[in-house]
Design a protein around this ligand. Structure first.
Ligand SMILES: [Ca+2]
Length: 208
């Protein structure tokens, strides 16, 4: 079955590389489906050379103020990926706020960001459109930089469990946005720690 006519719902990367999450055929109307945390959803309709029916009609809605968020990036040492502003390399939308979180498997790993492309509306204080980078799980504290304009930011490398980013745009002037590569390096095992014998104590004051 599914070899004749069907509809695929796909998420993630563009086009044929997107991951299929549902495949439909036949004549019973599928239940509503909710997809969360994805920037793209693709609907792909396949038909073969024989037997046609009336087809399909679907309605979609996009909800939430944060449909551009990507909070499950990262992984083990060796993991790498690209974070692009929405629509990149075309102009990003107005009035959006996107959050990104890169997680490494251990706080002894290193997370690196390198900026492959950068073009945001310029402002001396980055008051209009900006990308802000935080060392930490959230975009509330630990800011290490707020970037805008056309100067490509320097690479950022930190020994941390999390790096988060916030991309915010205002209601006018858009540019092509950014393309950032993240990578995680380190050992799969802890490279530092403290080991003590049972009942460990050492009083420096007893030294002469
Ligand atoms: Ca703007």
């Amino acid at each position: 079955y599914f070899r004749f006519d069907y509809v695929d719902i796909r998420v993630g990367f563009k086009g044929d590389f997107a991951i299929p999450v549902r495949r439909y055929c036949g004549s019973s109307t599928p239940a509503p489906i909710t997809i969360t945390g994805q920037q793209y959803v693709y609907i792909q309709f396949f038909t073969d050379i024989s037997v046609s029916r009336s087809g399909f009609r679907l309605q979609y809605t996009i909800s939430g103020s944060s449909e551009c968020d990507q909070l499950n990036l990262g992984g083990e040492p060796g993991s790498t990926g690209l974070i692009k502003s929405p629509n990149y390399p075309n102009e990003y939308p107005k009035n959006i706020e996107c959050k990104y979180r890169i997680s490494s498997s251990s706080s002894s790993n290193m997370i690196s960001l390198s900026f492959l492309a950068f073009n945001l509306e310029p402002n001396i204080q980055c008051r209009f459109d900006y990308l802000q980078v935080f060392v930490g799980r959230n975009t509330t504290s630990g800011s290490v930089g707020k970037y805008c304009g056309t100067t490509t930011p320097s690479s950022i490398t930190r020994r941390t469990r999390y790096i988060s980013m916030k991309f915010k745009t205002d209601g006018s002037v858009t540019r092509s946005g950014f393309n950032v590569r993240y990578s995680i390096s380190g050992s799969r095992y802890a490279m530092a720690g403290t080991i003590t014998s049972p009942s460990y104590s050492c009083k420096l004051s007893q030294q002469r």
